[in-house]
Design a protein around this ligand. Sequence first.
Ligand SMILES: CC(C)(COP(=O)(O)OP(=O)(O)OC[C@H]1O[C@@H](n2cnc3c(N)ncnc32)[C@H](O)[C@@H]1OP(=O)(O)O)[C@@H](O)C(=O)NCCC(=O)NCCS
Length: 235
Amino acid sequence: MKGEEGLRLVTLHSHPEHIEECMKILNDQWPRSRTMRMRSLSTSCDQFPTSLLLLKTTSHGDTEVIGHSRLNTLPREPDAAWIESVVIRQDLRGAGYGRQLMTRTEEYARISGFSTMYLSTHDQQVFYGKLGYEFCPPVCIYGGSVNKHLIPKQFIPPQLTKGVQALSLKSSVVGKDQKCQPAMKQGAPPPASPAPPDPAVPHPPPLPASSKLTKDHITKIEPSSMTKMYMKKDL
Ligand SMILES: CC(C)(COP(=O)(O)OP(=O)(O)OC[C@H]1O[C@@H](n2cnc3c(N)ncnc32)[C@H](O)[C@@H]1OP(=O)(O)O)[C@@H](O)C(=O)NCCC(=O)NCCS
């Protein structure tokens, strides 16, 4: 298979000697301060979040990091994993390594007991679509809120329209005022009322009273209101 030779997936915390290389790959793509990046990477552990490295052994016998992914749990879906920070070293893209990284990450998740993978992306829907991911309603990440923004049709590549149909069919699960709250700690005060919307942030039109999303509703959303799209795959 394309790009498979000499590859293996390992956890970062079991190979801390690769943390600098990993940080460089991530920071070349998404620049962060060294402190912030180290803080995030150093949380990798077997119980999640888990940073995974795709390693390649070169013809000279050296081992180099060529990609990274990060798995986490989802507070409301114990059987599902959240994947983020998927990245392949810039000079190695387009050679099949991204597919290898994702396939192996999914296998790691499956062996860890997860049956579904979720992710969000701004611009890599085609890549994920080729790997079997389909659009889905927003999911709750710990501490975040459900994003009710929908997918403007012009953003959907024709080969992924199946995913859009799936979204329309499943959209009724996103209720009119449904909010995702972080898990409540025992004895914690009830959550505060939601903050008023920030006028500087573009908002999609309100959901129809029935909570059923129609074709019209989706097309009325301006592209500028797009933040990210959620995708899922059953393992
Ligand atoms: C997205 C990324 C991980 C893909 O890795 P890659 O090694 O280039 O991908 P692959 O070569 O394995 O591609 C697998 C398939 O997806 C396709 N593909 C990959 N990136 C694509 C893109 N941006 N647009 C369309 N198709 C794409 C390839 O053509 C290939 O298709 P094929 O199997 O039919 O030949 C890589 O481009 C990357 O690191 N990007 C920057 C970080 C990023 O955006 N990460 C995603 C955050 S959500």
